[in-house]
Ligand binder design. Structure first.
Ligand code: 5IU
Length: 262
């Protein structure tokens, strides 16, 4: 069962090189925290990534909300990823047919595949979306998460939709390394998916717009997820991002340690 193995043990056995490197990174840096940096200014995003960098394994971006995006932003973020030892996850939530997502992933202004280690996709269109993204991503050593569930109230990603999404992940294991999910699913022989979970907060439970925040203990220890994705809990106005990131790193790691000792 991957839930009770350490990230380091899982890294040793993982067949996908990017997932392997990511699990090694978590073990080495002792963090399962991902920062969700939904900021609209390049300077603010770079400043936040630099402050929080020491505490995270993964920087999650929404690159299309940055008003003054340019290639220099990408260069600076990739330099920060090297400096602080984290990976980058563009939370693009692709949702179109295979041929179109190939273009959206490789081209346009953002050229996501050229810099983002990990990205994600909805499975609404069927398996063509995975095959399209895989054509672009696999030769670049990128990998994909599928959105099996969402954190927001009333999400339609549940039941059969979630079950079929997990089956699709198994079919394309060379490229799909995990899920955006609210809990860990039952493993089948040979599974080792990485579970990343947004909707995590230490201080509040909702934002009044449908977001639902759970405590890292619940998410990692009780529900078996691997990575906590935290945004406003770290960078909301009035907070000290480095201080908050450290709090979340400690809470996430403690919950993980408790889980693997179960
Ligand atoms: N996000 C969610 N829920 C989801 C998915 C993505 O909140 O189901 I998929 C994103 C949105 C935001 C981050 O970028 O995760 C959560 O940020 P807050 O911690 O500020 O709510």
């Amino acid at each position: 069962m991957s839930a009770t193995k350490s990230y380091g043990e899982r890294a040793k056995l993982h067949s996908n090189p990017t997932a392997k490197a990511f699990l090694e990174l978590m073990e080495r840096k002792k963090t399962n925290l991902s920062l969700a940096a939904d900021l609209t200014s390049k300077a603010a995003l770079i400043e936040l990534a630099d402050k929080v960098g020491p505490y995270i394994c993964l920087l999650k971006t929404h690159i299309d909300v940055v008003e003054d995006f340019d290639q220099d932003l990408v260069d600076q973020l990739t330099a920060l990823a090297k400096k602080h030892d984290f990976m980058i996850f563009e939370d693009r939530k692709f949702a179109d047919i295979g041929n179109t997502v190939k273009l959206q992933y490789s081209s346009g202004i953002y050229k996501i595949a050229s810099w983002s280690d990990i990205t994600n996709a909805h499975t609404v269109p069927g398996e063509g979306i995975i095959r399209g993204l895989r054509d672009i991503g696999l030769p670049l050593n990128r990998c994909l998460l599928l959105l099996a569930e969402m954190s927001s109230a009333g999400t339609l990603a549940k039941g059969d939709y979630t079950t079929t999404t997990v089956e699709l992940a198994r079919k394309y294991k060379d490229f799909v390394v995990g899920f955006i999910a609210m809990r860990r699913y039952e493993d089948k022989e040979g599974d080792d998916f990485i579970y990343m979970t947004p909707g995590v907060g230490l201080d509040q439970t909702t934002d009044g717009l449908g977001q639902q925040w759970k405590h890292p203990e619940v998410v990692v220890r009780d529900l078996g997820c691997d990575v906590i994705i935290v945004g406003r809990g770290i960078y909301d106005q009035g907070r000290d991002p480095a201080h908050e990131a450290q709090r979340y790193q400690e809470a996430g790691w403690k919950a993980y340690k408790e889980r693997i000792q179960l």
